[in-house]
Design a protein around this ligand. Sequence first.
Ligand code: AMP
Length: 509
Amino acid sequence: MSNHLFDLVRANLAADPTTKIFVETGEGARFTYADLMARSGAYAAALVGLGVRPGDRVAVQAEKSPEFLFLYLGTVRAGAVFLPLNTAYTAHEVAYFLGDSEPAVFVCDPGKREALEPVAQGAGVAAFHTLDASGRGSLVEAADAAAGDFSDVARGPDDLAAILYTSGTTGRSKGAMLTHENLASNARTLAVSWRFTADDVLIHALPVFHTHGLFVATNTVLATGGTMLFLAKFDARQVLGLMPRATAMMGVPTFYTRLLREPGLDAAIAKTIRLFVSGSAPLLAETHRDWQARTGHAILERYGMTETNMNTSNPYAGARVAGTVGPALPGVAVRVVDPETGAHLGTDAVGMIEVKGPNVFRGYWRMPEKTAAEFKADGFFITGDLGKIDADGYVHIVGRGKDLIITGGYNVYPKEVENEIDALPGVVESAVIGVPHADFGEGVTAVVVAREGAPDEAAILRTLEARLARYKCPKRVLFVEDLPRNAMGKVQKNVLRETHAGLYQVGKA
Ligand code: AMP
């Protein structure tokens, strides 16, 4: 039977089913593509045995492991919808996700059984199972018992393959519905654009509950029959040690900044690597330059989101421009519009980024109004990211729309101010936020991570006043040890805004 997404993986099996899917990482090292077929088939059979029907959700909050990936593929083969949950979610949060998505099966770590079994029961989930980091658990036993030939459940391009909840930094987290073609088209496009082949060995140190690790990294490798160095988590020293065995790495910017702190990072250790990719959060231009100076490689930065998969990418051959996320990927349309009037904006004008293509999701799970509000009549999705497109067609992101600061009626794009601060000697990085201010509505506020010898608040303000319009200059510069980040390395500006909410209250300014 044709199963649109899994057919992509199946197509690479004929070449050589004895190819290893994972290398060098304990448990996973023994699995070949033939094993991937057998294990994913066993999970599919087990799920069908549990009563899972096409379109049913299979929710999973489990640690990263090869079995996790086989369960993902088994769910797809069973015609069901894979729904991974961030391992950091509490029982309270899991209760919301299970209540909202109404899965047929919920799978979690055996260590969380006591806390989560009642939650699953409370949400009316019929089947509760476990899977741990070493690939053991009640679901694995069910899969072992069900092993045998499995004939894939037929699924077409428009059927759902997965629901991924957005991180939801404002309001309720929304379930992005992703179809077989959303995922398959993006895997095919990335494989071609980034020139992946069966000879590639990808360092995979990303979490698998997020689109970056689950779809961008995993699907691209599976679509080309390559191999992964599948690591439970990112550890800079371990990754550096494994680099000579790999040909590519996909990471968030934090991977690169942490690796740059390792004295052993140089061109020799990165000799076998042909491609370093960064995404999920902005890569500082300085990191791009430092990386090139140390390894000889220009990091390829790309841009995407849970709802849209990947939208733009710097080119494989051609200029990889620091501070940009490159042109639209083949088949994807990207435009910038005036957020108020919807008018299409020309070269270099900053506005709302909108995208359309086979990569763009079908809508938010059971939120038709929210979905309708975020799509234009001509099918473009409003990303919520502000940016511009330059004369060469490269997209520049200036920040999330909700991070835009409005001070005294003027719009301030945080990125512009952050770039100025980051360029100062001794500054490691900065985040510019709007904080409630009686006079201005919001007061521009800079939160800065600095090394010893960096300029102090007064000196930073003096420099900025000479370079930026007065309304863009921060009212205050605060120094911190580290910026708060989520699991994907994104700076949590909402946390900063909450922490400093009282900064300009009377008596404090
Ligand atoms: P997520 O849905 O968790 O993948 O988050 C998507 C958001 O991450 C996008 O809407 C952007 O705001 C941000 N993002 C992803 N890649 C980049 C990038 N290369 N540069 C800047 N922001 C990015």
